[in-house]
Each structure stands twice: as C-alpha cells, then as structure tokens.
Design a protein around this ligand. Structure first.
Ligand SMILES: NC(=O)c1ccc[n+]([C@@H]2O[C@H](COP(=O)([O-])OP(=O)(O)OC[C@H]3O[C@@H](n4cnc5c(N)ncnc54)[C@H](O)[C@@H]3O)[C@@H](O)[C@H]2O)c1
Length: 339
C-alpha cells in the first residue's frame, strides 16, 4: 500500500468528479472513486487505468453502510454523485430525493464512521446554485432559498443534511454551490439539459443551435478545472460549516456562446421558472479560500471545440423534440398550476 493521502470522489466517473480525480492524482493523492455509472462513464477515468492508486467501486451510494472498508484511511470525501437536470426531476421526484438526499446521508454516515469513528478530515458537498430560484443578482450565499423544481430541492436538502452532520456529529463539512459548470467530459447522454451538450451535438450534426428566447439570457459559466481547484481548497482549509458560491462572477450571454461555436440558430420559446441571468457573487470564496478563476470563457470554449468528438454520441435535439421533452415543465409552471 502506498503512503499517499487518500481521497474518495463519489461520482468520480462523471463530468466534474473525473476532473477532481485528475487534480487529486496530480497533487499526490490515492483516489477511490464510487460511481454507479448511471450518468458517468468509465472512459472518463481511462488516463488512470494503469495507476494502482486509483480505484473504481461500481456501486450505488445508497448501498454503502457505515463501517465500509472503502472509507478506512480516507482524509477527504468529495461528494459529486447525484442526478441532475430539471425535466426528469419534475417527472421522477422520488428518484431525485432518494439519490440526492438519502444517498448523501449514506455518504455522510460512512464518512463519520471512518477511521475508527474519528471520521474523515473533511467532507465537501457539491451543491447547486439552483437552490436560489429566480434570484436577485449578483447572488450572495445569504440570498433566500427558493427551489423551483425537485432537482433544486433535492440538492438543497442534501446540503442541509451535510450541515446537520456538522452540527450534530461535528463531521467537518463544507459546501460549494456551483453555478454553471462547463468543460470537457460534460454529460452527453440522457435528458434534455445543459446548453453546451445540446449545442455541441447540433454543431457536429450541422444543425441549427436551439437558442431559448432571444439568447440575451446570461449564465455564469465556469470551466471545470477551476471548479476542481475550489473543491480541493474547500477540503484543505481549516474552516468547516461553510458554504461558498462558485462561478466566474462574470455571466456570459448565450448569444456569445453561439458566436464562439459558430453556426446557424433557431429560436425556441422561453421557459417559465428559468432565470434570465445567473450571476454568482464570488467575493466570499475569493476572500476566504483565495480561489481565483484561471480559465477565461473564450479559452474554455476553445478547449471544448478541440475535443468536440466527445459529444458525437450525444442525443440530437431539435425544436420539436425539445417541445415534447419540456411539455411537463411548461405544465408544471403554468399559472393555473401554481398556488
Ligand atoms: N454541472 C453543473 O453545472 C452543476 C451545477 C451545480 C451542481 N452540480 C452538482 O455537481 C455534481 C456533479 O455534477 P456533474 O455535472 O459532474 O454530473 P454527472 O452526471 O456528470 O456526474 C454525476 C456522477 O454521479 C454518478 N451517480 C449518480 N447517481 C449515483 C448513485 N446513486 N450512486 C453512485 N453514483 C451515482 C453518475 O454515474 C455520474 O458519474 C452533482 O451532484 C450535481 O448536482 C453540477
């Protein structure tokens, strides 16, 4: 056995988790990945295939019980495992609450029981800015919490559970509320979701980009390697019980993304419950963790275009299939269905 410090990355075969694994290996950690592969791919870890210090346990986080040997000797747990996307969460709330909330509780309990009951040194939770709902911008950590759909609620309740384990059991926990992550290995399969995956496949297929509304809406996009660095800082800090927003603090219009990717456009209807602007106030993380963005938006989009083949197997969306996929969303948010 090597004498490297050990970290667990749940969801480590996914988009952000796999970049977290890369960073930890680079910084001299042995890494144990837990992933059910429901959304992630083993191929995302292929660069570590010959590294005996990186292992993958293919399992559902809800199967783990306190005392599981995988948690022995572990210093940090980075909890990224979970399911995303708005539309399926409106259709299947039970599954979202089960994985994102109860699954988190299983990871917290295993982290508390680790190391002969002394617990791990830090548990870092991947929270979502969606907890703020249709927020005032720039959005600070003390903004009211107003989840608009079950995904947002489940991620927030997972965060609440993490802080409860800090409060009741003194498990050292920090949480990072991610705004809009983008980068290589972002998810390519499944539900209609984040704009990058949708546009990249459309570009590969020579089809128009399906821009929602007039495209002037802005998103606080942050490149994935900048996110992984923030999570490591959140583990290494002496502080616990803290929450930090994480974005670039510099929202970009969807129209700029279209311009950088290059191609024709078709406009589709704006959706209820979706903010016109996401914009993180990142003062707290800059001050307290001395984190700073390193990858500019234009450079990040360039890196993605260099790897565009990754999205070849992604589903191809067009205005009709998007209208079908989002019909439940429109129903759930229509005025007569809201109190
Ligand atoms: N991507 C973003 O912009 C964003 C924004 C806010 C929060 N987050 C959060 O960050 C985390 C990672 O997001 P991502 O974009 O990398 O998503 P992703 O889908 O690429 O990664 C999630 C990983 O978790 C795994 N997983 C899901 N359910 C599991 C289960 N029950 N047991 C074990 N593994 C399971 C999936 O197989 C996948 O590999 C998620 O918790 C997400 O809610 C992401």
């Amino acid at each position: 056995m090597s004498d490297k410090p050990i970290a667990i990355v749940t969801g480590g075969a996914g988009f952000i988790g796999s970049h977290m694994v890369d960073l930890l290996v680079e910084r001299g950690f042995a890494v144990r990945v837990i992933d059910s592969l429901i959304g992630g791919r083993e191929a995302n870890l292929v660069r570590h295939a010959n590294n005996a210090d990186v292992s993958l346990r293919k399992a559902d986080i809800r199967e783990f019980q306190p005392g599981d040997r995988l948690f022995e000797g572990v210093r940090y747990v980075f909890h990224f495992a979970g399911i995303g996307d708005i539309v399926p969460s409106i259709e299947r709330p039970l599954e979202y609450m089960s994985i994102n909330v109860q699954g988190t509780v299983h990871m917290l309990e295993c982290s508390r029981a680790a190391n002969g009951g002394r617990g791990v040194t830090k548990f870092v939770y991947a929270a979502s800015s969606s907890c703020y709902g249709l927020a005032r911008t720039p959005t600070r950590e003390d903004h009211p919490i107003e989840p608009q759909y079950p995904y947002a609620l489940s991620k927030y309740q997972g965060e609440q559970a993490a802080f409860h384990w800090y409060q009741v059991y003194r498990l050292p926990v920090n949480s990072i509320r991610i705004f809009n992550a983008y980068g290589t290995r972002s998810r390519t399969s499944g539900a209609y979701g984040a704009v990058f995956g949708v546009f990249l496949k459309q570009k590969l297929a020579g089809k128009p980009f399906t821009v929602v509304g007039d495209g002037t809406q802005t998103r606080d996009f942050l490149y994935v390697t900048d996110i992984a660095r923030a999570f490591l800082l959140a583990a290494e800090t002496e502080m616990s019980g803290e929450v930090w927003n994480l974005g670039a603090g510099n929202p970009q219009p969807v129209n700029l993304l279209v311009e950088l990717l290059g191609g024709p456009v078709v406009h589709i209807p704006k959706r209820p419950g979706e903010p016109d602007c996401t914009f993180a106030d990142i003062g707290k993380i800059e001050r307290e963790l001395r984190w700073a963005q390193q990858v500019r938006f234009e450079d990040g989009v360039g890196k993605i275009l260099d790897n565009i083949d990754y999205w070849r197997d992604a589903p191809l969306w067009d205005p009709d299939s998007i209208a079908k996929a989002t019909s439940g969303w429109f129903r759930a948010f229509s005025a007569e269905n809201r109190p």
